[in-house]
Design a protein around this ligand. Structure first.
Ligand SMILES: CC(C)(COP(=O)(O)OP(=O)(O)OC[C@H]1O[C@@H](n2cnc3c(N)ncnc32)[C@H](O)[C@@H]1OP(=O)(O)O)[C@@H](O)C(=O)NCCC(=O)NCCS
Length: 274
């Protein structure tokens, strides 16, 4: 029996990820540390996250540290899990899929200009529920570094972060993230405001779910969203995911975040008959 606690912080400049980094979401990285549940030294068995190095490393901005502290209460983030699956030991995720009229592929550094054109035009649209928007504005070089970080993360067996392209046009971004731990992947997405309500997030999530279940050992796919993010909730509902009990959020949230996230899941068997 183990207790898992997680932390998240922003990557202000590209850097070599710590060895226990198991997931990332846009500029934010999620760090998961697994300790024996009976390790009483860590706050009565609840566990604590020690942000060693945080204060000494200038690339981690203070606001993200505050978010991390808020989101890392072991009492709310704790989960019994089996240790041993880290990015290094996991299968590398497939890097692309073309389905349902969309092209989803691992972000490439040379695509930074496309991202740089879309994000500034969508800051207000994305700000409420996307914590990383707090890092805007970013330079083109910073975006290129970020895409390099994502590519390196994928290459080392970590998350798959993709651009969502339709007819050659960038319409959003998404990914398969390892946050759920062994056997699971979590889908993330955003769509540019000029392309909303055209079924893009739903189609992209359908394609990513298909893709996730091609990965050996993946038995469940999850989608989470702030409980107030009703548009986001429609995507897993439409795709036939089952809603599990809401839970405190363990990742950095945007300013509209309530701290409570809706959690949806589909298993491989359920998806097969869907
Ligand atoms: C959430 C988001 C990704 C949806 O993208 P999209 O491509 O427009 O999604 P789809 O067109 O596939 O589906 C949207 C669904 O939400 C519904 N919807 C749209 N706005 C809504 C609102 N304000 N309240 C409730 N439902 C809403 C649509 O009617 C549709 O539902 P339906 O399929 O039952 O008709 C997009 O709004 C977005 O990028 N938001 C900002 C970033 C974000 O919140 N990302 C998700 C974080 S968990």
């Amino acid at each position: 029996m183990y207790l898992q606690v997680s932390a998240c912080w922003c990557v202000h400049r590209s850097s070599t990820p710590p060895s226990r980094t198991v997931g990332s979401s846009q500029n934010y990285r999620h760090w998961v540390y697994t300790i024996p549940a009976d390790h009483r030294f860590f706050g009565g068995g609840a566990g604590i996250v020690v942000f060693w190095g945080v204060l000494s490393r200038a690339r981690w901005r203070m606001h993200s540290i505050r978010l991390a502290v808020r989101s890392c209460s072991p009492l709310v983030c704790g989960a019994m899990t089996d240790p041993g699956t880290t990015a290094a030991s996991a299968h590398r995720l497939p890097k692309q899929t073309q389905r349902y009229g969309l092209d989803l592929h691992l972000w490439q550094p040379e695509e930074a200009a496309a991202l740089h054109a879309v994000i500034p035009a969508n800051v207000d649209h994305l700000r409420p529920y996307m914590a990383w928007i707090a890092l805007e504005p970013q330079t083109l070089d910073q975006r290129r570094e970020l895409l390099e970080t994502w590519a390196a993360d994928w290459a080392s067996g970590g998350d798959l972060t993709v651009g969502i392209w339709r007819a050659g046009q960038l319409v959003g971004s998404g990914g398969l993230h390892r946050r759920p731990g062994p056997g699971g992947l979590e889908i993330g997405y955003w769509v540019a405001r000029d392309h909303l309500n055209q079924g893009i997030a739903t189609a992209a999530s359908r394609a990513l779910t298909d893709l996730a279940f091609t990965v050996p050992g993946i038995e469940r796919v999850q989608i989470t969203h702030d409980v107030n993010n009703l548009a986001s909730a429609r995507i897993p509902a439409t795709l036939g995911f089952r809603r599990l009990p809401d839970r405190p959020s363990c990742i950095a949230q945007g300013p509209a975040g309530t701290g409570i996230e809706g959690l949806w899941q589909v298993t491989k068997d359920e998806w097969r008959v869907h």
